[in-house]
Every structure is written in C-alpha cells, then in structure tokens.
Design a protein around this ligand. Structure first.
Ligand SMILES: Nc1ncnc2c1ncn2[C@@H]1O[C@H](COP(=O)(O)OP(=O)(O)OP(=O)(O)O)[C@@H](O)[C@H]1O
Ligand SMILES: [Mg+2]
Length: 282
C-alpha cells in the first residue's frame, strides 16, 4: 500500500525542485544586491552556523476561562521541533494539542513562557508583526481545510500571496505567483482541477489544495492540525506521503497534530501532551 501511494503521489509531484527555482527568482528581484557577495566581490560567502531548533516553546502555560472558573490546559510546556524534520504531537482529545499549535503559530498568546522561531522571540510581537510573521514564515493546514467556497482551486492557492503584499507588488509578481500556484497544484496532483470550486472536490483533494495554498508563500515551517483527521485511511496515508515527500525534497520543517498512531509513528519525532505537560516519545 505504501509503495502504491508513493508511486501515485510521486507521479503527480514532478515539480518540487522547480518551485524553489521560481521562488528564488522572485526573491532575487526583491533582494538587496550588494550584501550577498564576499568582500572581494566574488561568490557569495558561505556562513557555517549550527542550526537552532526551528520552533521552541519554553515553559509555556495557557488557561481558558469557563464560566467563573479557569481551566489550565498547558502547565509549563517545553517543546522544540528540529529544522527539516517532521514532529508529531499526539494526546487525548482536550489535552491541548490545538492550543499548543495555535500558540506556535502566533494565533494566540501564552499566559506565561516564551515561543521562539529560529532566533526570534515571537510570542510578544505586536499583532501587526505577528500577522506579517505568519504570512511570511508559516504555512498552516487544518482538519476541515478552511478553503474559501466561492473561489476556485487556483484562486484559493494564490490567496495568501495576494494578502501578503501590496496591490502594486502583487501585480508586478502576478505571473510568477500564478506560475508557482500552477506548479504547486501539479505537485499535489490537481493541475487538471484548477477551475473547480471546493464543493466539487473530495476531502483528500481539498486537503491537497490546502497544502498547496499553505506553500504559496514558501514558508519555513508548516503547522498542521489533524490534516488527515477527516479522511479515510488511504487518503490520509496519501496526504502523509505528500508531506513526507515535501519534507525530504525541500527540507520543509513540519509540526503535525494527529490522533492517528500509525501516522504519528512515521514521523521523525513524536511528543505526547498529557496533564498539561509534554512527554517525548521519539
Ligand atoms: N477558546 C477556548 N475557550 C475555552 N476553552 C477552550 C478554548 N479552546 C480550547 N478550550 C479548551 O481547552 C482544552 C484543550 O483544547 P484543545 O482544542 O487544545 O484540545 P485538543 O487536544 O486539540 O483536542 P482535540 O483532539 O479534540 O482536537 C479543551 O478542554 C477545550 O475545551
Ligand atoms: Mg484539536
């Protein structure tokens, strides 16, 4: 089954390398030209640095108010996800998996503790900076896809790139963004469905669209909350294989919440949330 899925998905994913090239061209246009060369003006200087974890939570607490009582969900969580790896988060329903993912994704703030992305503290950013950070550095996918029903598949994929820049900048980059969106739709095996609306797609196809949408801005980190939770086993495995191919071929770091033990075991690292704390299982 695994090899079948791998074969099916890899047939549909010929262009991951091309995506980097398209985006590198977009970056090169916007990059300052003088800073990337060495002092003698020759080739770019290589800086060898030890990579820190991609995202870290330090002693994070979070409670929610319910009626007049406060429910402590996270009680001093320490968590880190390595660069270029897939980290799975498991735990019983209500254990705080989505809460932790929302904090990592700056959708909410911890009551205490710190969240770091590479070498930048992100939990205390202003809301404007957090919005920009999310748009530029993170991709997110959810159990119920959250596609916009009135937009086509292609328009859904492009949407974050439109939101993340000025109208002028979008219009200047439009053809490259569309080219990238088409390459992404090809990568997720949906290039033949570009003009379809979400209600004309299966659950697996909607999740593939959501993955392509999450990648349009070339994020460093993909946060996924139960990405296979609404899919049958075969479609779920096929989505996992797609994420694994992406991780292997582009080095994308992925943090994924899942209920599925079989899927969790296939990830590089595995942690469990229990009693408001983290246990590292792998
Ligand atoms: N906005 C909120 N207001 C009040 N309580 C909340 C809120 N969000 C989450 N909770 C509560 O916090 C606890 C943890 O919720 P969370 O959604 O993080 O759990 P989970 O591990 O993702 O569960 P599931 O596996 O069911 O998705 C639950 O008891 C939930 O009811
Ligand atoms: Mg949840």
């Amino acid at each position: 089954m695994n090899s079948l899925v791998k074969k099916a998905t890899s047939q549909n994913q010929p262009s991951i390398g091309k995506l980097r090239v398209v985006h590198a061209e977009m970056d090169a246009e916007n990059a300052p030209r003088s800073t990337s060369t060495s002092s003698n003006g020759s080739s770019p200087r290589l800086q060898i640095t030890e990579k820190p974890s991609m995202i870290v939570a330090k002693d994070v607490t979070k409670s929610y108010r319910r009626h007049k009582t406060s429910v402590a969900v996270l009680k001093g969580v320490d968590f880190s996800a390595e660069h270029g790896k897939i980290t799975a988060i498991v735990g019983q329903s209500g254990s705080g998996k989505s809460t932790l993912l929302h904090l990592l994704g700056t959708l909410d703030r911890p009551d205490s503790g710190e969240i770091w992305f590479a070498e930048e503290r992100i939990d205390n950013l202003s809301s404007r900076k957090r919005d920009a950070f999310r748009n530029q550095q993170l991709g997110m996918i959810f159990q119920f896809y959250h596609l916009l029903p009135e937009l086509t598949l292609l328009e859904n994929i492009i949407a974050p790139a439109m939101i993340g820049q000025s109208v002028f900048s979008y219009l200047r980059n439009r053809s490259k963004i569309i080219e990238r969106a088409k390459a992404l739709s090809e990568m997720v095996g949906l290039s033949h469905r570009l003009n379809h609306k979400p209600n004309e797609l299966s659950g697996g196809e909607m999740q593939r669209t959501a993955i392509a949408r999450a990648l349009i801005t070339d994020p460093k980190l993909l946060l996924a909350d139960e990405p296979t939770g609404n899919l049958d086993q075969e479609s779920g495995q096929s989505i996992l294989q797609l994420l694994k191919n992406l991780n292997e071929e582009t080095g994308l770091t992925i943090v994924m919440v899942t209920h599925d033990e079989n899927i969790a075991q296939q990830c590089d690292s595995l942690i469990r949330l229990k009693g408001g704390k983290v246990e590292r299982l792998k």
